[in-house]
Design a protein around this ligand. Structure first.
Ligand code: NI
Length: 173
């Protein structure tokens, strides 16, 4: 019998785990399966469209995503291990937010289309050709595995203003 998935703590900026580089997974064992079950459960609970291991305090190189997390009857959970962007095309700007960056969203410039390679939970190689929201989601989540946040892609002025505002928010708590 498999265990019930657990809701994990989502680490938020400026937690240093968000700045660490996640390490490639070499063995998809029970721990990795439990981790990804818990990550999906945590993502749906938030709810969010994607979650990277760093965000729950793990440095295993894995992301989970589902573009329709609120649509309970039509969920399509994806687990992607050791994901890598191998091709990029074009450019788009869109509004992004992050479960690890509280109370903030901003416009971010990304590649419009990406080709991503990785392996699934069974160790089978997968290739995803993505555009629109999926392309943005994959770039955002793979950034997390490299210690990069969407606020690293905005202007230094905007980032400074956010840091100032965050300080006030954190002082109130
Ligand atoms: Ni994020």
């Amino acid at each position: 019998m498999s265990e019930q998935p657990k809701k994990m703590k989502i680490h938020t900026y400026p937690d240093p785990v968000l700045r660490a580089k996640a390490k490639p997974i070499t063995d998809i064992n029970g721990d990795i399966k439990a981790l990804t079950d818990n990550m999906l459960h945590t993502m749906y609970g938030a709810p969010g469209i994607g979650l990277a291991a760093n965000q729950v305090g793990s440095l295993d190189r894995v992301i989970v995503f589902d573009l329709k997390p609120k649509d309970k009857g039509n969920r399509e959970p994806y687990i992607l291990i050791n994901p890598e962007i191998v091709e990029r095309e074009g450019e788009v700007k869109s509004e992004e937010a992050c479960l690890s960056v509280i109370d903030y969203s901003a416009e971010v410039r990304r590649s419009a289309e990406v080709l991503v390679r990785g392996v699934d939970i069974n160790g089978k190689p997968v290739e995803i050709e993505a555009d629109d929201l999926l392309a943005i989601c994959l770039q955002h989540e793979i950034d997390h595995l490299n210690g990069v946040l969407f606020i690293d892609h905005i202007s230094s002025l905007k980032r400074a203003l956010y840091k100032k505002r965050l300080k006030k928010i954190l002082n109130r708590e």
